[in-house]
Design a protein around this ligand. Sequence first.
Ligand code: WT7
Length: 706
Amino acid sequence: MANLEETEASLSEAQIAVHWREEEYLYPGARFIGQANASDPAIYERFSEEHFPECFREYADLLDWDQYWHTTLDTSNPPFWKWFVGGRLNASYNCVDRHLATKANKAAFIWVPEPEGDQTQIVTYRELHRRVNEMAALLRDFCGLKAGDRVTFHMPMVPELPICMLACARLGVVHSEVFAGFSGAACGGRIADSGSRVLITMDAYYRDGKLLDHKVKADEALAVATGQGAQVEKVLVWRRRPGEYHSATPMTEGRDFFVDEVMKDYLRKQVDPVPMPAEAPLFLMYTSGTTGRPKGAQHSTGGYMAYVAGTSKYFLDIHPDDTYWCFADIGWITGHSYIVYGPLALGTTSVLYEGAPAYPDPGRPWRIAERLGVDIFHTAPTTIRMLRKLGPDEPGKHNYRFKLMCTVGEPIEPEVWRWYHEVVGKGAAAIVDTWWMTETGGFLGSTLPAIKPMKPGSCGPSTLGIYPVIYDEEGKTVEAGSGKAGNICIRNPWPGIMQTIWGQPERFVQTYYARYCHDTASKDWHDWPFLCGDGAVQAIDGYYRILGRIDDVINVAGHRLGTKELESAVLTVPEVAEAAAVPVIDEVRGRVVEMYVALQPGLQAGREIEDKVKMAIETEIGKVARPKNVWIVPDMPKTRSGKIMRRVIASISNFADVGDITTLANPDIVEGIRRQVYKQKTERGEAPRELSAKELEEIQSFGRAD
Ligand code: WT7
């Protein structure tokens, strides 16, 4: 792109983003196309706006309904849309029972424990049916749970987690899984917010070679929840190794129960799936809760199930005979939609892996893929970057063959995309870059893999039946091909969209609709664009490039710099493995950029690399973005799902308190980074400055990952 200094007057984040230039198309092979679920471009016509909302019947018809619906979409109370009104169905029935006739002996889940010596467990559809029924009986008869009640899970990646989800779904009980890596306190806040009377957890689980005490967090969670007025009656504790107990905390008499002991009374019990109204809530998924009340995204039964089944079929190209491995945690929406509900609705085999990606070495994922015959692989850029950094040649040593690979969760740098394609996919697998979020239930942007070519760094056009628009700050439409970025919105309702924020309907309207809805009295869905919260650019071919969260922007002297663009520029320096940009409050320029960098293995930090990083930003973006400091650190503070915790390093860069770091995968590195940065800042004559409450809030909640 043109140097920033020359174009200052009309500068927008869009133009800054242009340096991430348009890449070439890549086409999938004939072998993939020949077997794909969607290979006829006419499918786009079937889902065109003219056929909305009836087009989604095609997704809903992938399910078995106890009672067929009469109204596809009810828009009488915007923006609280109702899909498939009048219909009744059960999610557990659709994921389990209906497959028994043809697939009883087929694996529903293959569970790979982290310790490599431990036996892989196969859970067939028949076995899954038995275990889901037993758990449902226990929840109903031992816990007294019924349709509409909420239950919180704080479970690691073990088959008992989807078994509990499906058991709740069988009863119409609303589950709320809190990612196991989250602290007890975070879990407690979510128990209280959801009004759960039961918590389901596990004594311990393996992560990075260690058996972590997990039950201890249940006690912390209950203390916090009780403090917030919650009344939790029972804590159900699964044992990672049945019969053994690997937690230092005692079981509280009358409150805590080992599931394997209680289960003795429920063996072989059968529970009829409860036919639930399509719009009954299926689960809550909490998002972003570093400050203020957590937001529980409420997802429906009928619309959600239809949407994840349809998108799994067409975009992940899942067939019943595939062995599909989504390398994410069920504690995130990705796991709910694309490890459990979508794949099981289609009757496929879904692989679950307990542990850390590179444990005990970066060849592990590829050994698993080879041994299990995985043919669809689904993971996030952060995992791809990590595996590339630790074992760039490992995939080539293993004899697996992927037909399709998915990347999700953040923008992927074209560099990293190419390694994924050439090395992991061996040049043969089709790639889908799927863009969406917790709130949306399923994919919003992706190529249809046999129909549209791949373009590294772009997610592709919108998915079927999704009609986006990009608005600028004034609400004017930003045209495709203009090279400008803006706020991407979805103009229409779709079946997978969240129904509301649990218990906070006003906040739901405020957060997602207030910005661009100009007539709140309108009953016409056209007046209610949904604000996704991402910046995006649309190329002339209709493909979207997602620039990251609107709130991840660093505003330097009025120039809105996307963290992703800055980081992508830095990744052009070959020595750099990972980069993270954060804002530092500055008297003169408002904010300035500081860059944290981790190097490729074996390389030494030095002034020379710092200069290269600064130069890369200057040439790729412009002088205005030149970082004040470049900190070369051994590793980035990360969440368990691998997202860089920018708020932690942003706090360090501003001499602010780092806040709660208990949810980090690597909390022990924070103190070392703090010392290093403080020492060098002091040497460079930088002193702490007083921050206003507003500035402090901005810094301490910078970035979405928590
Ligand atoms: C945010 C949502 C999607 C489920 C897991 C994360 C970013 C997600 C992509 C992608 C670029 C992406 C967006 C979005 N994001 N997928 N393919 N390309 N950015 O869910 O925690 O709710 O995060 O992740 O910024 O808003 P989440």
